[in-house]
Design a protein around this ligand. Structure first.
Ligand code: SF4
Ligand code: SF4
Length: 509
C-alpha cells in the first residue's frame, strides 16, 4: 500500500456537550456528589480529642510519627494488616457491586465521574446549556468567548487547588498546614503535591473527561470479566422502540392520513394497525407497526457524558450513569407513553421480554449465589477486622536477643545474656512498666540505666531498653545449653501485662 493510501490510525476527540437533565438518577448522582465531595473536602477539618500528647485531627496519616489516625482508631506500622484488610474489603465490595449492579461505581462514585460532573456543572453555569456551548465552541474567538473561557478555567483551577489542597491536609494538621501553605513556609513536598493534583484535576475533569474512562482506566476491562447475563446494566428496549422515528413522518411515507395523539399511542402499543383503521380483531394478525416508541429525539444521546448512543446496544464506554434513562423517561412522559424505553435491566431480562415474557424482580438478580458468596467473604473479612480491632492489646513487647556474643562470663562466673526490649505504649499518656520473667530456672533480670528496673515509655511511643538476664555460677541455666525464658512487662498504672518468649543461652550452648 502506498503511503498516500495508508489510513490514519488517529482520530481527534469529538467534543461532548452533555445537556442538562433532571430525573431520579440525576438527583441520586447530585446527592452522591454532594456526600462524596463533602467527605473529601471537610474530613481533614474534623477535630478529635485524643489528649494533650496526640494529634487532634480525626483522620490523619502521620508519616513522621508512622501512625494512621481514624477517629478513635489508631493504626501502628506493625498493624498494617488492618489496611490490607480494608483494601481486600474494598476489592470484594467492588466485585460484589459490579457483579450485581454492573458499572455502578463508574457511574456514580468514581472520583473521575464525580469531578467531571462538577466541572460540567460549572461549565454549564458559565457558558450555558448544550446548545449555547455548541454555539460558543463553533464561534470564532471574540472578547465574549475569551471572557467565558477564562472564567470557566479560573473556576476549574480553583476546584483543582481545593482538591490538591484537601489531599495534603490528610497528612498533617490541617489548620497549621494551611497557614504554612499561605505563608510560603510549608515543605516543598506539600507544594509539589498540591501543584500535581491541581494540574491532574484541572486536566482530567476539564479536558480529558470520558477519555480517562475509555483509554486510561483499566477498570472497564476488568469489570467486563465480572459481569454476566444476570448483571443489571443499562439497555434500550429496541423491541419496543423500533422502528424509531416520528409517527406522522412514518404515516406520510406510508401514504396514511395524519393521526391524533391518542391514536398514535394506540398505534405505538400495537393495539391498532394504524390511525383510522379498525382495531385488530382477536386472532387476526396485526399489520406491521409503522413506528415504535422511540421518536428519535436524541435526548438520550445529548445528555450522555460519554457521548454514546445506547440504542446501538451495550458498549464498553457506557458507565451506567442512568442519565439517558432520565432523559428518555422525560420524553415518554411528554408523549404520554410508558416509561422505561431505556432502563436498568439484565441481558437475561432482555431475552425474556423480547420473547413476550415478564422480567424477574430486581432483587432476584441481586440475590444469587455469586453475590451471596462475595457478601459472605466481605462480611468475613469485616468481622475479622472488627474483632482484631477490639482484642488488640494497648501495650505490646518485642525482644531481640543480642547474639554477638551469645553470653558473657562475668569475673565471678555469672553467665549474662543481653536483650533489646521494645515496648509499645498505645495509651494517650506516659506509662511506667516493671519487668519480670518466668522460666524453669533461677535467674536475675535487670534493666540498663533504669531506676528500680522501671521502664518509662512516653505516650503513644515505642520505648527501647537493654535488659540483662543473669544465671549465677554453677546454676542449672548457667551450665545448660538453652533455657526457655518468658519476659513480662507490667503496666504500673493498671497492671495490664504483656509477654514475649525468648531463650537464655548457658555455657553448653
Ligand atoms: S449511555 Fe446512558 S448510562 Fe451509559 S454513559 Fe451514556 S448516559 Fe450514562
Ligand atoms: S430519548 Fe428515548 S425517544 Fe428520544 S431518541 Fe432516546 S430512546 Fe428515542
Amino acid at each position: 500500500m502506498s503511503q498516500s493510501t495508508t489510513p490514519s490510525l488517529y482520530a481527534a476527540r469529538e467534543p461532548i456537550f452533555p445537556r442538562r437533565v433532571s430525573g431520579k438518577f440525576r438527583t441520586l448522582k447530585w446527592a452522591i456528589m454532594a456526600v462524596t465531595l463533602g467527605i473529601y473536602y471537610l474530613t481533614p477539618w474534623i477535630r478529635w480529642d485524643r489528649g494533650p500528647e496526640l494529634p487532634d485531627q480525626a483522620v490523619l496519616v502521620d508519616m513522621a510519627g508512622r501512625r494512621f489516625f481514624f477517629f478513635w482508631i489508631e493504626i501502628w506500622p506493625h498493624e498494617f494488616y488492618f489496611v490490607a484488610g480494608l483494601l481486600i474489603m474494598a476489592g470484594l465490595g467492588l466485585f460484589l457491586f459490579t457483579s450485581a449492579l454492573g458499572r455502578v461505581w463508574c457511574g456514580y462514585a468514581c472520583p473521575q465521574t464525580v469531578w467531571t460532573d462538577l466541572f460540567i456543572l460549572t461549565e454549564r453555569w458559565v457558558e450555558g446549556d448544550r446548545n449555547a456551548r455548541v454555539r460558543l465552541w463553533n464561534a470564532p474567538w471574540s472578547l465574549n468567548k475569551a471572557r467565558l473561557r477564562l472564567t470557566k478555567w479560573a473556576i476549574w483551577l480553583a476546584i483543582g487547588v481545593a482538591t490538591g489542597g484537601a489531599w495534603v491536609f490528610y497528612f498533617a494538621d490541617a489548620p497549621t498546614l494551611l497557614r504554612e501553605l499561605v505563608a510560603g513556609q510549608a515543605h516543598p513536598v506539600a507544594y509539589g503535591t498540591v501543584l500535581t493534583l491541581t494540574a491532574t484535576t484541572f486536566l482530567f475533569g476539564g479536558f480529558f473527561r470520558e477519555q480517562i474512562c475509555i483509554y486510561a482506566c483499566p477498570w472497564p476491562r476488568i469489570q467486563s470479566a465480572m459481569m454476566d447475563e444476570e448483571t443489571i446494566t443499562i439497555g434500550y428496549r429496541d423491541w419496543r422502540g423500533e422502528p424509531r422515528g416520528k409517527a406522522s413522518k412514518a404515516r406520510a411515507a406510508a401514504g396514511q392520513p395524519p393521526a391524533f395523539r391518542a391514536q398514535e399511542a394506540a398505534l405505538a402499543s400495537g393495539a391498532v394497525t394504524f390511525a383510522g383503521v379498525e382495531p385488530v380483531a382477536a386472532g387476526v394478525a396485526a399489520a406491521p407497526r409503522l413506528v415504535g416508541d422511540c421518536v428519535d429525539c436524541m435526548a438520550c444521546v445529548n445528555v450522555c457524558p460519554m457521548g454514546i448512543d445506547i440504542r446501538n446496544g451495550q458498549q464498553m464506554e457506557c458507565i451506567t450513569c442512568g442519565l439517558c434513562i432520565d432523559a428518555c423517561d422525560e420524553v415518554m412522559d411528554k408523549l404520554g407513553r410508558e416509561r422505561g424505553l431505556i432502563d436498568y435491566f439484565t441481558l437475561k431480562d432482555e431475552q425474556v421480554e423480547r420473547a413476550g415474557g415478564k422480567a424477574k424482580k430486581i432483587w432476584r438478580h441481586i440475590l444469587r449465589p455469586r453475590t451471596i458468596l462475595y457478601t459472605g467473604l466481605w462480611s468475613l473479612v469485616g468481622v475479622g477486622l472488627i474483632v482484631a480491632l477490639f482484642i488488640r492489646p494497648a501495650i505490646e513487647v518485642d525482644v531481640s536477643p543480642v547474639r554477638n556474643p551469645l553470653y558473657i562470663t562475668l569475673s565471678d562466673g555469672t553467665i549474662r545474656n543481653a536483650y533489646d526490649l521494645r515496648i509499645r505504649n498505645k495509651h494517650g499518656e506516659e506509662r511506667r512498666f516493671s519487668l519480670s520473667y518466668s522460666a524453669e530456672a533461677d535467674l536475675d533480670v535487670a534493666v540498663e540505666g533504669a531506676e528500680n528496673g522501671i521502664i518509662t515509655v512516653p505516650a503513644d511511643q515505642t520505648g527501647d531498653a537493654r535488659v540483662y538476664v543473669e544465671a549465677s555460677p554453677g546454676s542449672t541455666a548457667a551450665e545448660a545449653g538453652r533455657t526457655d525464658l518468658r519476659l513480662w512487662i507490667t503496666d504500673l498504672a493498671d497492671a495490664e501485662r504483656a509477654s514475649v518468649d525468648t531463650l537464655f543461652n548457658g555455657k553448653a550452648d
